[in-house]
Design a binder for this molecule. Structure first.
Ligand SMILES: [Fe+2]
Ligand SMILES: [Fe+2]
Length: 327
């Protein structure tokens, strides 16, 4: 069984064979990723070096002054983007338990984790430097978020993991880029931080969607079935945590990320993988294909319904001192 975990608890024997057969492709995709990335560090964005000099103090004072103008809805957005990045331990574990630790996937997982780790660091450095939160309250929320765990019901199916990560990377890219544009109107430095992060997410997205394309090419019918299991709704870590729904509702109302953005992601991926054009499928494969192609219209109806029933209301969160947000 090659190097892909002979007695693993993930994947069926057929799936393991597929994973082994695509090891060379994974190595190639990892190399393409490394060639296209620009490795950056949080300290490049705001230096905290002992010998950073007196300009740093002036810069920090300027940052804090400008950040006072960040609207509360934008602060909630930054809090949710930060939390999402802090879900990293769960994602690292899910990748390791769905793809194994003895193949090129392990190398990818470790490198990917190192890249992702900077996202939470850079955002946390920013929100701490800018003094935009009740940090104690934010830290307690972050603790609860990670403590909640994340165990999506993927039945140890590696295909579902790769379908999910394709969508999740694109969703985070959109959320960071939109948050950057909106917050940047008030405070430009956060836009630079979020643009660096969004650039990484975009490259991760390319990697995962190409990896899933390799699966589709080798095991089309089963890949469609797995895709159908995760595509209708993108489960996120922390969604069971108190206050999470209100935060994502604020983010939706702020136009940063919501069901319409997800619908576009689904459409883009169905198109990239040419799901509608796949031929020679089994009966089950055709049934999955039909259902997959109907997802965008269903997501659009859900988004219309949400828009229609959206009335102005108040939100408040302890990490912004319970100030009332009306939207
Ligand atoms: Fe990230
Ligand atoms: Fe990412």
């Amino acid at each position: 069984m090659g190097s892909a975990a002979p007695s693993s608890s993930f994947g069926t024997p057929d799936q393991l064979e597929v994973l082994v057969s695509m090891e060379a492709a994974v190595v190639r995709l990892t190399e393409t990723h490394q060639a296209s990335r620009r490795l950056w560090f949080p300290n490049d964005l705001t230096s905290a070096d002992a010998e950073a000099g007196s300009e740093l103090e002036a810069e920090l004072a300027e940052l804090r002054e400008a950040a006072r103008g960040l609207p509360d809805a934008m602060r909630v957005t930054l809090a949710l983007n930060l939390l999402t990045e802090e879900g990293l331990p769960h994602f690292h574990r899910l990748i390791a338990t769905h793809l194994g630790n003895e193949s090129p996937w392990a190398e990818w997982n470790n490198m990917w984790t190192a890249e992702e780790d900077r996202h939470g660091c850079a955002l946390r450095d920013y929100v701490r430097d800018a003094r935009i939160f009740n940090m104690g309250a934010l830290e307690r929320m972050q603790y609860r978020y990670i403590e909640c765990g994340f165990n999506p019901d993927w039945q140890r199916d590696p295909y579902r993991l790769l379908a999910y990560t394709s969508m999740q990377e694109k969703a985070t890219q959109v959320a960071h880029a939109n948050a950057g544009r909106t917050c940047g109107k008030h405070e430009p430095r956060i836009q630079r931080v979020l643009a660096h992060i969004a650039g990484d997410e975009s490259r991760h997205y390319s990697f995962y969607r190409s990896a899933f394309a390799e699966i589709l090419a080798r095991d089309t019918n089963r890949a469609l079935f797995s895709l159908l299991k995760v595509m209708p709704a993108l489960a996120m870590p922390g969604h069971t945590m108190p206050g999470y729904d209100h935060m994502s509702e604020v983010v939706r109302r702020a136009g940063v990320y919501g069901p319409r953005h997800y619908q576009k992601i689904v459409e883009e991926l169905l198109e990239f993988w040419r799901i509608g054009a796949l031929e020679g499928l089994s009966g089950e494969g055709r049934a999955s294909q039909d259902k997959l192609m109907k997802i965008p219209a269903r997501l659009a109806r859900m988004a219309d319904y949400l828009d229609a029933k959206t009335n102005p209301r108040n939100f408040s969160f302890d990490f912004i001192y319970d100030r009332v947000i009306e939207m």
